[in-house]
Design a protein around this ligand. Structure first.
Ligand code: BGC
Length: 527
């Protein structure tokens, strides 16, 4: 028997909905196109609400749909209180929220507070007003180094490649941790904080249930913007000051009923650092990226689980689990592609969905979509265009819904060219084909989510590791569920006394006979 682990009891009187919810991330451009131009949009999502209901998710998270020049596909916002005409209108958005709520699905939206678009009126005003002006103070403008100010003010690099500074014609430089079209805001300026609190209220008043906070660990920089030095903590990320912002946001969310929530996207080094974002007076959740970053290994997964509970318990938060999102290689591919990749993806999902806490799914994982090798000429990610690396387009290819050739029902126009090309061999992965196949990944996810909703989510928030053969991770969830996952290369004997096999990600008959095949997970039910 291993260490008993607990997710500490809820800090609210009743259990808030998000504590064990299954969230489903919708990369808006790539989910469903309701207007026939090859780009996903809000009405496309509304038209697929029946699919989401049948899948059994509790909430959807929409990536940015605000007016934007789309230099980073919406993560460069020019107006935080509207919908880009490419994606629809505010009334389309209201319709989506109403339709989702009618089906019991909550709606979480992305808020992008670290940077605006370079087309945002504040940045345009800053450019026009010139050095030393009040308008420039909402951003991080500095003079350059060198005799003529010809070198960037410090050595920080953009996450998309190249320097994190761009020089404007009057000679000053501005900071952008991402693309040059995404200037970083200066969060020490009081107007910046006030503006974002107002933006949160704008959407809360429209009925959203929560926010996903983009680059939550980046808002505050070390004030002197010193050079980054090897082996030293970065002056650009995870500064203490970000927590004051989230304490204020906590109070904004508390002004509303319905357990509104926010989840931090904070790529920090360890679960301990992540847990600082979910202290009782800060955010409700933070993405736990440590499983996603772990190799395919029972020992590594066990470490992640142990460290996660050890980090969130003391702050009375509940954990989150995530295998994929729109920034990383899809996990079917990370786990080896082909039959092994698919088997491991199923087994990992099963294990994640057995754990206490909430799970974040990424649209398409329920279809078992692999990463796509998008032809260079079609790539659009600024991370690729700036020469950083291959980019993230491969996990953002529009979803295949039905039919035998692109756009596979993605678009209302059967001849539409999707914004990223879909592979020619995706007809076997469409939602329609999988709907009709009881053994498909889609029906597997539906079964798991149904069992989770009916039974697992009501179980205790405590887990205990069980003794298990090499390469096998096994834990018991208080209340009667055992989950076992074989990450090894060989089949292992595995049986739990007094437990019936409920289901497995492979051949359930094998598990009933006491064998857990490689790349397979199983759920057992006590009593
Ligand atoms: C988002 C990315 C985006 C970046 C800049 C992220 O972490 O998830 O897709 O490029 O923030 O906004």
């Amino acid at each position: 028997m291993g260490l008993p682990l607990t997710a500490a009891p809820s800090r609210a009187r009743t259990r808030p909905w998000w504590r064990d919810a299954v969230f489903y991330e919708i990369y808006v451009r790539s989910f469903a196109d309701g207007r026939g131009n090859g780009i996903g949009d809000i009405s496309g999502i509304t038209s697929r609400l029946p699919y989401l209901s049948a899948l059994g998710v509790d909430a959807i998270w929409l990536t940015p749909f605000y007016p934007s020049p789309q230099a980073d596909h919406g993560y460069d916002v020019a107006d935080y209180r509207d919908v880009d005409p490419m994606f629809g209108t505010l009334s389309d958005f209201d319709e989506l929220v109403a339709g989702a709520h009618d089906r019991g699905i909550r709606v979480v939206i992305d808020v992008v507070p670290n940077h605006t678009s370079d087309r945002h009126p504040w940045f345009q005003a800053a450019l026009a007003a010139g050095p030393g002006s009040a308008e420039r103070k909402r951003y991080l403008f500095r003079t350059g180094r060198g005799r003529y100010g010809e070198r960037p003010p410090n050595n920080w690099k953009s996450l998309f490649g190249g320097p994190a500074w761009t020089r404007v014609p009057d000679g000053e430089w501005y900071l952008h941790l991402f693309d040059r079209a995404q200037p970083d805001l200066d969060w020490s300026h009081p107007e910046v904080g006030a503006e974002f609190e107002d933006i949160l209220r704008f959407w809360l008043d429209r009925g959203v249930d929560g926010f996903r906070i983009d680059v939550a660990h980046g808002l505050v920089k070390e004030p002197s913007l010193p050079d980054r030095r090897r082996g030293q903590p970065s002056p650009a990320w995870d500064q203490e000051g970000v927590h004051d912002i989230y304490r204020r946001w906590h109070r904004v969310l508390e002004e509303y009923d319905g357990d509104r929530m926010a989840v931090a996207e904070a790529w920090v080094d360890s679960p301990e650092k992540m847990a600082r974002y979910v202290r009782p007076d800060e955010l409700q959740q933070a993405f736990n990226f440590h499983w996603l970053l772990a190799p395919w290994s029972a020992a590594a997964f066990r470490d992640v689980i142990t460290q996660t509970f050890a980090a969130v318990d003391p702050v009375c938060a509940s954990p989150t689990w995530v295998l994929s999102n729109h920034d990383v290689v899809r996990h079917v591919t990370r786990y080896g592609d082909g039959a092994d990749g698919v088997a491991r993806a199923k087994a990992a999902a099963m294990t994640m969905l057995a754990l206490p806490g909430s799970a974040y799914l990424y649209a398409g994982e329920e279809l078992g979509l692999p990463q796509v090798d998008v032809p260079e000429s079609a790539r659009q990610d600024p991370a690729w265009l700036r020469g950083g690396d291959v980019g993230r387009d491969g996990c953002r290819v529009p979803l295949p819904w039905s039919g035998y050739r692109p756009p596979y029902g993605f678009s209302t126009d059967n001849e539409a060219r999707t914004w990223l090309p879909q592979p020619a061999d995706w007809s076997k992965l469409t939602a329609a084909v999988q709907d009709a196949d009881a053994d498909s990944m889609l029906n597997f996810y539906r079964r798991l989510l149904a069992v989770r909703r009916e039974w697992i989510s009501g179980l205790g928030a405590r887990i205990e590791f069980l003794d298990s053969p090499p390469g096998v991770l096994a834990f018991r969830r208080a209340g009667g569920l055992v989950c076992a996952l074989n990450c090894g290369r060989r089949s292992r004997r595995f049986r739990v006394d007094g437990e019936a096999v409920l289901t497995s990600s492979g051949e359930t008959a094998d598990v009933r006979s006491g064998r857990l095949p490689p790349n397979t997970a199983a759920w057992f039910r006590t009593g």
